[in-house]
Design a binder for this molecule. Sequence first.
Ligand code: COA
Ligand code: MG
Length: 303
Amino acid sequence: MTHRLRRCHISVPGSNEKMLLKSTKLDVDVVIIDLEDAVAPSEKENARNLVTELLQRETWRAPTVSVRINALSSEHCYQDILHLIDHNGAAGSRPQTLILPKTQRSSDLLFVDQLLLQIEARRGLSQATGLEALVEDATGMLNVADIATACERLETLIFGMGDFAASQRINTLNIGDQGGYIGDLWHYPRYRLIMAARAHGLEPVDGPYANFKDATGHAADCTAAKYLGMTGKWAIHPDQIAPITTCFSPSLEAVAKARAQHAAYQAALAQGLGAVSVDGVMVDQASIKLAAPLLAQAALLGL
Ligand code: COA
Ligand code: MG
């Protein structure tokens, strides 16, 4: 699977040329161009044409550009795929990944996978388009372990809490908000999705927090998602990019601690010991496994 930085993914409505042009300059790991819920039903075709044209003309600062296509239940899905992948020529003008919304079972992804396989074969495309699954209703969440096994090009499972809340009739009106619930409203679905993703080598990604003026609530939401094991999170506004990117980057303090544990463990091994005390904390092979992803990300970011 292609390795990508996936701390912050900002969504941009595919019908808004001004925001799309602005997104080319954003310092962010992933830009998601949305053809689904942020595009009015009357604008679906215009948005698809605009996005196809901009992908050919513009280059993005973000290393990854993804497009959220329309769901299989709409009449737009196959047209989105044809326009974005089949009709789009050079590798640079095709999105690196397609995001399938409202994924309910692995066969949903298989349909898209097979369509992409045919297009890639017919067009002789050597660079396969990645696929991402938004899991965002009760059916999808019940089937998430099956969804995770769908196909090789699948890169992420994304938790979409807005549609999920609607599907389960959770009592909240702001996407991502806890709605006054005592406890963590998103703990169970996040945990379930993260487990399915990690068990199959996929990256779990958290959906957005719609109240972009509420920096405190947003920060708490990012932290909760990160603690449970999410790789990154969606943003819906440029102001959310910096807090999300910082939250999902390793802190220098954590990197220093992980490096100290690693060094002490290696020294212990050289003496034939499998466990050692570092600042009063036991460190053994499991601790080294805990620190490994953090150290890998630090290396990738040049920390
Ligand atoms: N991508 C790129 N630029 C964005 C942006 C986004 N997602 N959201 C806002 N901006 C730009 C605005 O165009 C504005 O630019 P300007 O200063 O050059 O005029 C600037 O950032 C400040 O925006 P602001 O005035 O605070 O917000 P707004 O009222 O223009 O937009 C939203 C608010 C919610 C409509 C907008 O952020 C948005 O459409 N977000 C994405 C929605 C989406 O993709 N939803 C589907 C996925 S969940
Ligand atoms: Mg949704």
